[in-house]
Design a protein around this ligand. Sequence first.
Ligand SMILES: Nc1ncnc2c1ncn2[C@@H]1O[C@H](COP(=O)(O)OP(=O)(O)O)[C@@H](O)[C@H]1O
Ligand SMILES: C[C@@](O)(CCOP(=O)(O)O)CC(=O)O
Ligand SMILES: [Mg+2]
Length: 424
Amino acid sequence: MSLPTRYLVSAPGKVILFGEHAVVYGKTAIAGSLDGLRTYMLFEKRNDGFLELNLPKLDLRYPLIWPISALPFSKVAPASKATDNTFSQELTFNEELLKTLKPIVLEGNSGNQNSQEINELQQVAASVFLYLYTSLEDKQTSWCGTTVHVTSNLPVGAGLGSSASYSVCLATGLLLVLGHITIPNYDERISDSNISDSSSPMNLINRWAFQAEKIIHGVPSGIDNTVSTYGGAVSFTKGVMENVSGFQSLRFLLTNTKVPRNTRILVANVRILHDKYPHIVVPILEAIEGISASFKEIINSGDSEKELNQKIEELIDLNHYLINSLGVGHPSIDKVREITAQYSLHSKLTGAGGGGCVLTLLRDDVTNDDIMRIMHALTSVGFECFETKVGGPGISVIDASSTINKQEFLSSSNMQQISGWKHF
Ligand SMILES: Nc1ncnc2c1ncn2[C@@H]1O[C@H](COP(=O)(O)OP(=O)(O)O)[C@@H](O)[C@H]1O
Ligand SMILES: C[C@@](O)(CCOP(=O)(O)O)CC(=O)O
Ligand SMILES: [Mg+2]
C-alpha cells in the first residue's frame, strides 16, 4: 500500500473539573478537552530501516535512533496482531515486551557522537514509542523507517493530560504509518462520534493510547486518553463517556504552579492509602462521585446563572478538600486558592495534584479587567496562567506530504492555523 510520505497529527490536553483519582476506582468524573493546548507530531518517511524520535520538550537535545531490526518482534504473539484492520479483540498489556525494550531504549543514544544522559522520564516516553511500534508493525507499510518530531504547547507533567495527548498522537501516527488506518475525509469534527463503535479508527486509537498511558501512569482510568481522542466536554465512568451539554459554556483560569510532579507516583500513593484504610478512603471516593453526579444534575437544571455558579463553586471547594484529604495537595495549590479567593473566586487542584495546575471557575460577572488583575497577582508570585474553555476537537490529522516540512513544523507558532486538518 502506498502511503503519504508525511503525516501531521495533533491531540488536545484535558482538564478534569471533578473526580480525578476517584475515576481510577470506577467513579464518575467530569472532564473536557482543552481548546488550543495540544501536542503535535510530524511523522516523516525514511528509507533506511531506522526509527528516530525527537523529544525537545523533555530536554533531549539529540534524537534517539534505533534500527527497526533491533526491535523484539518475537515478543508480540501473532494472535495479538491484526487479522483485519480493526484489531477488534481486547488488548492485553504486554509486560514482557516492555521489559525487553528497557535496554533497547538506552541504545537509542549509542549512535550519537554527543552522548547525553537519558533520564527516567525520557526513557518512559521512548518506551511508549517503541512499545507501540513493535506491537503495531505488520508489514503492511510502504515506509522503511520513520522520523518523529514532537512539539506541544501543553505543560508536561502539570495535570493537563500531556501524557495522554502524547500517547494519542503516537498511536494515531503509528497506526497511519503502519497501514492500519487511513486519513478520514471529514473537515469538521463529528460531535456525536460513537465511542461504543469498537470497529472505528478512533476506538482503535483510543485503545492503543490507553496501553501507552499504562506505561506512563501505571494504572490509568482511561479518562485522559478518551477525552484527548474524542474531544468534547463529558462525564466518564468505567470507560463510558457521555456528553455534558452546558459544561462547554463555562470559562476557566488554569494556573500552573510549575511544581513538578509525577502522575504515576501520586496515583500509586493514593492506592497505598486506599488499601491501608479502605473504610475511610472508599467513602471519600464515593463522596467525590457524588460531586460529579450533583454537577450533572445542576448544569442543565434551569437554575439562574447566579445560582448555578454558586453551586459549582461549592462543588469546587468540596472536591478540593476531599481530594486534599487523599494526600495529593501541595502548598503551591493552596497559594493559588488563597490568591483567587481574594477576588472571590474558587479553585481546586486538577489532574493528579501534588503541584501542577489549579483550576479556577471564571464566572460571567468576572470582567476582563478583573481577569487581568488576577492573572497579574498569580504571575507575580511565579505562576503561569491560561484562560481556557473546554470541549474542542479531539485527534486531528493532515496528509503533510506536500504541505509542511520539518523546518516549518519546528518554527510554526500556531499549528492550528494550518489548513486541511481532518477529524475522524
Ligand atoms: N511533548 C512530550 N514529549 C515527550 N514526552 C511527553 C510529552 N508530553 C508528555 N510526555 C510524557 O508524559 C509524561 C508526563 O505525564 P504525567 O506525569 O501523566 O503528567 P501529565 O499527563 O499531567 O502532563 C512525561 O514524563 C513524558 O513521558
Ligand atoms: C489522577 C488521574 O485521575 C488523572 C491524572 O491526570 P494527569 O496525568 O495528572 O494529567 C489519573 C487517571 O485518571 O488515570
Ligand atoms: Mg498524565
